[in-house]
Design a protein around this ligand. Structure first.
Ligand code: HEC
Ligand code: HEC
Ligand code: HEC
Ligand code: HEC
Length: 210
């Protein structure tokens, strides 16, 4: 074997050896295959992009007594609770269940765990809600009150799995539009009403299956 050939062989062997060692290292460094690693967004792009806040659409006349009258746009008209619930006009002791009411709010459906009116409504200011620690809350922040007791639904609501959404999916393009808890759930009788299944979809080849 000529010295030239030998050198060539040694170099080739060294290169192949190097490639094998590198390949072994690369495999060791790789994540195990069954572990899913989501592609990370480009942090700089994310930092530069404007992220639109979700828009939560509250129901019309939230926190007002619905009068049964609708305005020109078909939205319910309400009156503020403090129209009647004034300092000098208090029922003593305050009623806590609909059964104790005889002249007002008597047509209310009330079925929400073991809660009483004062679990949610501030007793000294009927225009406000209250949290368990007594903190008063504007009706606009009702979701915060629901979240206090329903943290897992609130978490899924924030993720978008509960409560539906419309608007933009990509929040760098525009805002996501969300429903309010009390748009779907009556706070006094929150069970979601039973739904009737719709007709099956029309089959593309055979017409409807009914
Ligand atoms: C038109 C007058 C009127 C309006 C507006 C009104 N209420 Fe009342 N409410 C009453 C009367 C009267 C009673 C007592 C009824 C009874 O004793 O049968 C009452 C009772 C209640 C009670 C039972 C506890 C208590 O104080 O006796 C709650 C809670 C309550 N109202 C909440 C509200 C809330 C919240 C609003 C606004 C969203 C509201 N009310 C708007 C007249 C009103
Ligand atoms: C789980 C919390 C909760 C409890 C318990 C509760 N409320 Fe409410 N109530 C609310 C919220 C939130 C609203 C605002 C909803 C809206 O305006 O659509 C409201 C609205 C009202 C209204 C105005 C509703 C309308 O549609 O006109 C009245 C009246 C009222 N509550 C009375 C009572 C009375 C009386 C009790 C006890 C029998 C009671 N609430 C118990 C949370 C509660
Ligand atoms: C003070 C605690 C408390 C607050 C505040 C509260 N809830 Fe509840 N909620 C309960 C309890 C207790 C139950 C009954 C759970 C059970 O029966 O397993 C319940 C049940 C429910 C249910 C299931 C009803 C059913 O029969 O399937 C819904 C939906 C609901 N709440 C929605 C709401 C919404 C919306 C709000 C805000 C307006 C709210 N809750 C505020 C304590 C609360
Ligand atoms: C788009 C309508 C919609 C909105 C908005 C919505 N929910 Fe619901 N929610 C539902 C439906 C539908 C169910 C399932 C009812 C069933 O299984 O019978 C449900 C179920 C629930 C339950 C009962 C879960 C159980 O295991 O029984 C709770 C509690 C609840 N929602 C709380 C909330 C709270 C708190 C919010 C606001 C943060 C909210 N929901 C917003 C539609 C909605």
């Amino acid at each position: 074997m000529s010295p030239k050939l030998r050198r060539a062989l040694i170099i080739t062997a060294a290169v192949i050896g190097g490639v094998i060692v590198a390949a072994v290292f690369a495999t060791l460094l790789q994540q195990p295959e069954d572990e899913f690693v989501a592609e990370q967004p480009d942090e700089q792009l994310v930092a530069e992009a404007e992220i639109y806040d979700d828009i939560i659409v509250p129901p019309a006349a939230l926190g007002e007594l619905k009068t049964g009258i609708t305005d020109l746009h078909g939205k319910p008209v309400g009156v503020k609770c403090s129209t009647c619930h004034t300092e000098g006009n208090k029922r003593e002791p305050a009623a806590d269940t609909p059964a104790q009411l005889s002249d007002f709010h008597t047509d209310m459906e009330f079925d929400h765990g073991q809660l009483s009116c004062s679990s949610c409504h501030a007793t000294d200011d009927r225009d406000k809600l209250k949290l368990a620690d007594g903190t008063q809350l504007a009706f606009d922040d009702t979701i915060e009150q629901c979240a206090q007791c329903h943290s897992s639904e609130y978490r899924s609501f924030k993720h978008g799995a509960h409560g539906g959404a419309s608007g933009y999916w990509d929040r760098t393009e525009g805002a996501r539009v969300r429903n309010h808890c009390v748009t779907c759930h009556d706070p006094h009788d929150p069970a979601f009403p039973d739904v009737t299944p719709a007709d099956p979809p029309r089959d593309r080849f055979f017409g409807t299956t009914q």
